[in-house]
Design a protein around this ligand. Structure first.
Ligand SMILES: N[C@@H](CCC(=O)N[C@@H](CS)C(=O)NCC(=O)O)C(=O)O
Length: 208
């Protein structure tokens, strides 16, 4: 199994951390986004969106990070990362949809404005965009924070894919200056994720 990833990205992180947590064998194929590797025809043949991450497994090709995590989890159903019970399973799916629709764009806005623009030589942060990122992180962070009160993990007492998807973005909370100081339950939950060996192993020092 091959994982085409740019490891500093939270969307790559969740895939790598899940694969490592499950103890799956895989080949890490680095995608040099800065060098434009994702624009090349051979990469576009894997993902017409020209975006990473992409999984390749014995002729099967899959893109979209949350779908990839579900495929990985299906290899080890006993892990409980994607429960079989329909209601518990859709709870995980719900948080992965939430992450894709709300949390990813909110966090990605601040990561882009405050960290990536410099790296890509795209000028200074735009204050209105920083404000939008901060407002969205406050709005959606409050939802996750309130939800986590009295819960160990997003979907209850056990670790699931939801934690990997939502938590991956908090790896940049300090560097991108997310306004989350007041969100104690969110920070407590993330501190717990940081205890996972696969989590720590998958955090890379980004080039900024
Ligand atoms: N919804 C997709 C988003 C993938 C995505 O936006 N990947 C970014 C890197 S974090 C990318 O490859 N960007 C290159 C580009 O858009 O040109 C997922 O979760 O897999």
């Amino acid at each position: 199994m091959k994982l085409h990833v740019a490891p500093p990205s939270p969307r790559a992180f969740k895939v790598l951390a899940v694969a490592r947590h499950l103890g799956l064998d895989f080949e890490l194929c680095p995608v040099d986004i800065l060098g434009g590797a994702h624009q090349k025809p051979e990469f576009a043949a894997l993902n017409p969106n020209k975006k990473m991450p992409v999984l390749e497994d014995d002729g099967f090709v899959l893109w979209e990070s949350n779908a990839i995590t579900q495929y990985l989890a299906s290899r080890k159903p006993e892990s409980g990362l994607l429960p079989n019970d329909p209601r518990r399973r859709v709870d995980v799916t719900r948080w992965q949809f939430w992450e894709n629709a709300h949390w990813d764009p909110a966090c990605a806005t601040l990561i882009f404005e405050r960290l990536l623009k410099k790296l890509f030589g795209q000028g200074e942060p735009v204050p209105a965009m920083e404000q939008k990122g901060e407002d969205d992180i406050r709005r959606y962070g409050a939802v996750a924070n309130d939800w986590l009160k009295g819960r160990k993990f997003l979907c209850g007492d056990t670790l699931t894919l939801a934690d990997f998807s939502v938590g991956s973005w908090l790896n940049y909370a300090q560097q991108a200056r997310y306004p989350i100081d007041e969100f104690r339950d969110l920070r407590r939950w993330y501190a717990g994720l940081m205890e996972l060996p696969a989590w720590r192993e998958s955090i890379v020092t980004p080039p900024f």
